[in-house]
Design a protein. Structure first.
Length: 124
């Protein structure tokens, strides 16, 4: 009888180990996919006098809503939100008329999405 209980104990330990490994995989893979869903990049940034022009790209796999996107110029939030409509995955938007807080000389532009943020220095 002693041999049977050792076999059952080994099988139970194997099942518990597989279950824990599966749970860890599901948890970690879920964290990584949500981190990369709404990633943006700035393709171009320029200034024409008193306004800054930004060309952004949604590099993620999910649509970026207007309420999930924020632009700061010299630590001042641009109001209203310059993204006028949702941005589908792998599409480009041109943000014009960014005049809030623009000064002559060096301007710091911070673009924030749920997954990342990008800081640029633009000269006007």
């Amino acid at each position: 009888m002693k041999g049977v209980s050792e076999i059952i104990a080994n099988i139970l330990m194997l099942i518990i180990t597989i279950g824990l490994a599966g749970t860890a995989y599901v948890y970690i893979s879920g964290m990584l996919t949500t981190k990369l869903e709404k990633t943006i990049s700035v393709l171009d940034a320029s200034c024409n006098g008193s306004h800054i022009l930004l060309v952004i790209n949604n590099d993620g796999t999910a649509t970026l809503g207007t309420d999930e996107f924020v632009v700061y110029i010299n630590n001042q939030r641009v109001q209203p939100n310059p993204l006028s409509s949702s941005l589908a995955p792998h599409t480009i938007a041109v943000l014009t008329d960014l005049g809030t807080g623009v000064k002559s000389g060096s301007n710091t532009v911070l673009v924030v999405s749920p997954s990342n943020s990008i800081r640029h220095t633009i000269w006007c």
